[in-house]
Design a protein around this ligand. Structure first.
Ligand SMILES: Cc1cc2nc3c(=O)[nH]c(=O)nc-3n(C[C@H](O)[C@H](O)[C@H](O)COP(=O)(O)OP(=O)(O)OC[C@H]3O[C@@H](n4cnc5c(N)ncnc54)[C@H](O)[C@@H]3O)c2cc1C
Length: 227
């Protein structure tokens, strides 16, 4: 994971906790990315002969008073424009940011929260747990490669984080399937690799008795598929 700080974003709105942005990267030969702006950028982007390249990322921290945001990039190798860019990023490099918008929106009346995801969801999970009130009750499950990828958070007493290490054969799905969970109605927020998110949602509904409408789920990336 590489935490990259972007300056020059004064006036950037704060959308919520799992704020996501589109990050536009320079095409080969471009020093700075050329990308469509305005509310109808998506329609125009689809018909452009040379399309600007973007991927979706989470604002890990926003410091509006100095016009800075931090984005944590998973460095999964040279196989995609975002990871390749982040591997080589140096001070002064430019990207374009479009957004943000947020989707974390628990209904009223829930007793506790279940947050689960892989390292691509860790920036959102980090921002979410750091913003929880001191009396919040939550169970957090994060799957990463190994213990070296763990991050430290200051947490309210009733918020517990379980780190699952792929190098030890641990997984989100098995951990949530087997965990002792609090009583009462949860709100579940799950994100990460699409197949794993789908399997986790099935476990939550089928085995853990969580109501469909109390689950937010999002495939943040798909194994073997670009973009
Ligand atoms: C709402 C939202 C928020 C997100 N927030 C973050 C974030 O804060 N940080 C972050 O790192 N990612 C985040 N992601 C995921 C990120 O957008 C994807 O991982 C994206 O595919 C990376 O683009 P790329 O150009 O590196 O690779 P792509 O060109 O998209 O893919 C190339 C290859 O790499 C594989 N691949 C893609 N991502 C990964 C990965 N993480 N691990 C292993 N293989 C991978 C693909 O399956 C494909 O085979 C978020 C996604 C969404 C939808």
């Amino acid at each position: 994971m590489a935490r990259i700080t972007f300056g020059g974003v004064s006036g950037f709105p704060t959308a919520g906790l799992d704020h996501r942005v589109k990050v536009f990267f320079p095409l080969p030969g471009e020093e700075r990315p050329v990308y469509p702006t305005g509310d109808d950028w998506w329609e125009r982007w689809q018909t452009e002969p040379v399309r600007a390249v973007f991927r979706t990322y989470t604002i890990r921290r926003h410091r509006p008073e100095i016009g800075e945001v931090d984005i944590d990039f998973v460095l999964h190798g040279d196989s995609g424009p975002a990871s390749s860019w982040a591997l080589r990023a140096k001070p002064g490099d430019e990207v374009g940011l479009w957004g943000p918008k947020a989707e974390f929106d628990p209904p009223s009346g829930v007793d506790w929260m279940l947050l689960a995801g892989d390292e691509t969801a860790l920036p959102a999970i980090g921002a979410l747990v750091e913003a929880l009130p001191s009396d919040a009750k939550a169970r957090v499950f994060v799957e990463v490669d190994s213990a070296a990828e763990e991050q430290a958070f200051v947490l309210p007493p009733e918020v517990r984080v379980a780190w699952l290490h792929r190098d030890k054969g641990q997984s989100l799905v098995a951990a949530v399937d087997e965990a002792r969970l609090p009583e009462g109605r949860p709100y579940a927020w799950i994100a990460g690799e699409a197949g794993s998110v789908r399997a986790l949602r099935r476990v939550l509904i089928g085995k853990r008795g969580v109501a469909k409408e109390d689950i937010y789920f999002s495939g943040y990336w798909r194994r073997g598929r670009s973009g």
